[in-house]
Design a protein around this ligand. Structure first.
Ligand code: SF4
Ligand code: SF4
Length: 388
């Protein structure tokens, strides 16, 4: 049944996709560009006047825990309710200008809205039957199959960890055992972005592609969630761009989807960083996948491409201490102005050689040869020495 809200949204979409409205918004963008566009100068990037006016004066690096050596939960810093982050006004500005630029087609926007409603419903939905008699292995393969059939490209499973849950956020009670210990699994889903579009970041088609693929990730996660509910377990699917209740990148790495790159994004063997993530939280006991090493971690140590390509020097060659973990970190305060002024940027991830379809196979081939050589050497070293 169509609700009044959906009808109004649909009407709004028709208006906003009409040629007259598109012409009008293009004109508005052109007129307001001195206000909303930053400038690259010889002495660095100068942020847009409106960015400077709305900046809260807070440091995102401090909120993220840069330099902190104790483990703690992360804060939701973007893609959350405007009043939950000091950067709420900037976030709102980004969404308004993205809307004016037409980053997301309004039919896709309506789709996103529908998915968000389904996500909310699934969060509180109890299982629809007692657990069926599937073995752990059968259930794990079946849920992965459902996620893939519903649009997911790569899928892995991991144990949910406290460190990934955002501060001031709770998971549903079914994610804990009777003693209050976290006892839940995450099915992490990766969806490929078409590099033809993503490769032009920070131009608009890259941002449009990201939004489109987030919807595919959500579809896949919700279908896997529905499958678990039908099989007698809790299941809650979620995908970006909204921050949700937990971090997705470390979970994806733990689930064997790839490794964290110097650019702060996941590098997968299959698509490099040209992908988006989603996940399903469940209380079902599933077969866990392990971390993988396909050579990107070693390669990152000497590669400097993303560090050089970032227009605002937000990336560092060295790992840094963040909330008690040493890892590659994107300097939030340097990245944010460029990111917001430039369609969500993405230069670093799009220029990563693993993201480029014509380069990735050559790199993987090289890594495989190196690994084989090392294994042969180790095998020879392990052979007993013949004493004549
Ligand atoms: S998104 Fe853009 S500004 Fe941010 S770190 Fe990557 S290249 Fe730099
Ligand atoms: S561009 Fe190079 S250094 Fe940066 S993440 Fe990709 S492989 Fe690593």
């Amino acid at each position: 049944m169509l609700h009044l809200k959906d009808l109004l949204l649909s009407w709004r979409n028709q208006v906003m996709e009409s040629p007259t409205f598109v012409r009008f918004t293009k004109r508005m963008i052109a007129v307001s560009s001195p206000l909303i566009e930053g400038k690259q100068t010889d002495s660095g990037y100068i942020t847009s006047p409106i960015y400077r006016a709305l900046h809260p004066g807070a440091s995102g690096n401090k909120i993220n825990g840069l330099g902190e050596d104790k483990k703690r939960r992360p804060f939701r810093i973007l893609w959350t309710a405007d009043d939950e982050t000091p950067f709420g006004k900037l976030q709102r500005l980004f969404l308004i200008t993205s809307g004016m630029k037409g980053t997301v087609k309004f039919t896709d926007h309506l789709h996103t809205h529908g998915l968000a409603q389904r996500e909310k419903k699934q969060y509180t939905q109890p299982p629809l039957s007692p657990p069926k008699m599937l073995t752990k292995t059968e259930l794990s393969s079946a849920v992965k199959k459902v996620a893939k059939e519903a649009g997911g490209d790569i899928v892995g499973i991991t144990e949910m960890k406290e460190d990934w849950i955002f501060d001031n956020t709770e998971l549903p009670s079914w994610a804990y055992d009777t003693k209050g210990n976290l006892d839940a699994r995450l099915i992490v889903i990766g969806v490929e972005m078409d590099y033809e579009h993503f490769g032009v970041a920070p131009e608009l088609p890259a941002a449009t592609e990201a939004m489109k693929q987030y919807n595919r990730g959500t579809e896949s996660a919700l279908s896997a969630g529905d499958f678990l509910l039908q099989n007698g377990y809790h299941g809650w699917g979620h995908a970006g761009p909204r921050a949700g209740r937990f971090l997705l990148i470390p979970a994806a790495a733990q689930a064997g989807l790839g490794n964290l790159g110097k650019h702060g994004s996941l590098i997968s063997k299959e698509y490099g960083s040209s992908l988006r993530l989603g996940a399903v939280l469940t209380n079902a006991d599933l077969v866990l996948d392990g971390k993988i090493d396909f050579g990107s971690e070693d390669f990152c140590v000497n590669c400097q491409i993303c560090v050089r390509e970032c227009p605002v020097d937000a990336l560092s060659s060295e790992k840094q201490m963040v909330r008690g973990v040493e890892k590659y970190y994107v300097n939030f305060d340097k990245c944010l102005p460029y990111f917001l002024d430039n369609n969500g940027c993405g230069i670093c991830a799009s220029k990563c050689p693993y993201s480029r379809p014509e380069v990735r196979p050559k790199l993987l081939n090289k890594h495989e040869k190196k690994l084989n050589k090392l294994q042969n050497k180790n095998a020879k070293a392990a052979q007993p020495i013949k004493l004549d």
